[in-house]
Design a protein around this ligand. Structure first.
Ligand code: TXA
Ligand code: MG
Length: 317
């Protein structure tokens, strides 16, 4: 089997219950139809992902997404209307049309309506939703190009080429607690807390938005998003030269490489995973990056959530 496949080949393979890597606007995913147990099992096996870590169900439309929920809620509908197709994933109580293999026996399902034109076309023509985690081995850096997928899975997984992912960072995962009047951000992502707060201002509600990102939440394991070489975060007022002197004394055998973050958070998000992969190619490298004081809100929160999980340690001096 050739690793790269055409749109028609990808569609036929998915129809037959095979697993195919597809582009989305956030990262590439390993897709399998939600009604095929063989495909779902293969996704977990290929990623070496534990069965207790549930998958996101990707739908073509709001109507299709809502058909898997236990109950209808107007707030959920409005969130879908405002933010999708796009990088928002909603966790809510599921009905019995969703297999417990997808949700790791949880009573809830994570639903997302992606925006990339190719995955939209696949979902429309297939008319069955796709379960799809990021197309990387469990705990490693997510893929934002077909090359990244190929480097992890070689010819084991057919890939549909969709260019470089425009957003570059995974979707924001939220769960609504109706009784607490609260939207919890389980994984920060491209849709920021501020964007959700602005959305709520337009509604007639007094809901609040809160981060709830402990290690039992999505991507919460401390070994997530890890590059193949050591990566350190430095928070310091010292000059770059002084920081490098400090690090070379500590790690004399390593070649220091800087992960430079753009002043634009959008651009940083888009380039982040490619840069981490590129800087990890030489196993002698040690990557470091500096945390700046303005890196604390908006999309920076999601960027630093990933960087902190990717890091081997933190130096503050
Ligand atoms: O942007 C994205 O969301 C990408 C693209 C491919 O769509 N997908 C993605 O999937 O990041 P994955 O599997 O790498 O991360 C999804 C996270 C997991 O950490 C999982 O624990 C969480 O979503 N999740 C799935 N279902 C859940 C549920 N019912 N409750 C809480 N968390 C859930
Ligand atoms: Mg992932």
């Amino acid at each position: 089997m050739k690793a790269k496949v055409s749109f028609q080949q990808a569609l036929q393979l998915l129809k037959k219950g095979e697993v195919v890597a597809l582009p989305t606007e956030t990262v590439y995913g390993l897709a399998g139809r939600i009604d095929c147990e063989k495909a779902l099992k293969k996704i977990f096996q290929l990623k070496k992902r534990p069965l207790f870590d549930p998958l996101i169900v990707h739908c073509h439309s709001k109507k299709q997404a809502l058909s898997y929920l236990f109950q209808k809620h107007s707030l959920i509908e409005k969130l879908f209307d405002d933010f999708t197709p796009g990088p928002l994933t909603l966790v809510a109580k599921k009905n019995n049309k969703i297999s417990s293999l997808i949700t790791s026996r949880k009573a809830t399902v994570a639903l997302r309506i992606p925006k990339h034109p190719l995955i939209r076309k696949v979902l429309r023509q297939l008319s069955v939703p796709l379960a799809m985690p990021s197309a990387n081995s469990y705990g490693k850096v997510s893929p934002v190009s077909s090359q990244h997928v190929l480097s992890s899975f070689k010819s084991k997984v057919p890939v549909l080429e969709g260019g470089i992912c425009q957003k570059g960072l995974e979707s924001t995962i939220i769960k609504i607690h109706f009784s607490k009047k609260q939207i919890s951000i389980l994984r920060p992502g491209m849709i920021t807390k501020e964007m959700l707060e602005n959305f709520l201002k337009k509604q007639d509600t007094n809901f609040k938005v809160k981060y709830k990102t402990d290690r039992f939440q999505p991507g919460g394991s401390s070994s997530h998003y890890k590059p193949d070489v050591p990566f350190y975060i430095v928070e310091s007022q010292k000059t770059e030269k002084e920081i490098e002197q400090f690090l070379s004394k500590k790690f004399p055998k390593k070649t220091l490489r800087t992960l430079s973050l753009s002043s634009s958070s959008q651009r940083t998000a888009r380039l982040l995973y490619s840069q981490l992969r590129q800087l990890s190619q030489d196993k002698k490298n040690l990557i470091y990056t500096q945390k700046k004081s303005h890196h604390r809100s908006g999309l920076w929160t999601a960027i630093w959530n990933r960087l902190e999980k990717a890091s081997s340690g933190y130096f503050k001096f």
